[in-house]
Unconditional design. Structure first.
Length: 186
């Protein structure tokens, strides 16, 4: 996707300011925080550095951004954006969080299919990291992890790598941090 980082952020913030189902960006806060991490880590270049970033991360995120943009523009009301369209219409429902994860992971799954050819361009460690991130997303959906606070964003910025691609040492540290979180030993 050839969206710039500011364009991506503008789409996310515009969508969730309108359809966030709460104060500020509501349930979209964690998604905006994750986008900020993708940009700051270099996976999606911010436009000021001479870094290529990652085609895989750009395409997956771009697919999500375009799904949000289509609902904002009301250009796509068919099956391509249907989970996000359902989200935008379901304001105040008791299953807001569940619908958000369903819509989010629909876009991510679709983006992963489109971006699949670019996985071979990633390092072995970055591919392992991508697998970890996707597993965490699926777990977050199954547990209906709250996205309307800064909790997930803080966790992401604390344990995910600060640069692209992830190094072998960073991957090892991440796995250790995740194991500590699972066992409750911090």
């Amino acid at each position: 996707m050839n969206l710039t980082s500011p364009e991506r952020r503008d789409i996310f913030t515009s969508f969730f300011a309108k359809f966030g189902h709460g104060d500020g960006y509501g349930y979209g806060q964690a998604l905006i925080d994750f986008l900020d991490w993708e940009i700051s880590s270099g996976r999606i270049p911010d436009g000021t550095a001479f870094k290529k970033g990652s085609k895989w991360w750009k395409v997956v995120n771009g697919t999500l951004a375009m799904d949000l943009a289509n609902v904002l523009a009301a250009e796509t009301v068919g099956p391509e954006a249907s989970p996000w369209l359902l989200w935008s219409k379901d304001i105040g429902s008791s299953n807001d969080q569940e619908l958000l994860w369903k819509a989010h992971n629909y876009s991510i799954d679709k983006g992963c299919q489109v971006a699949h050819p670019f996985l071979d361009d990633e390092t072995k460690e970055e591919r392992q990291f991508i697998e970890i991130v996707l597993k965490i997303l699926n777990t977050s959906q199954s547990q209906s992890e709250p996205t309307n606070s800064g909790k997930l964003g803080k966790l992401t910025s604390r344990i995910y790598p600060r640069s692209y691609p992830i190094s072998e040492i960073e991957l090892s540290e991440l796995k250790s941090s995740l194991n500590s979180l699972k066992t409750g030993s911090h």
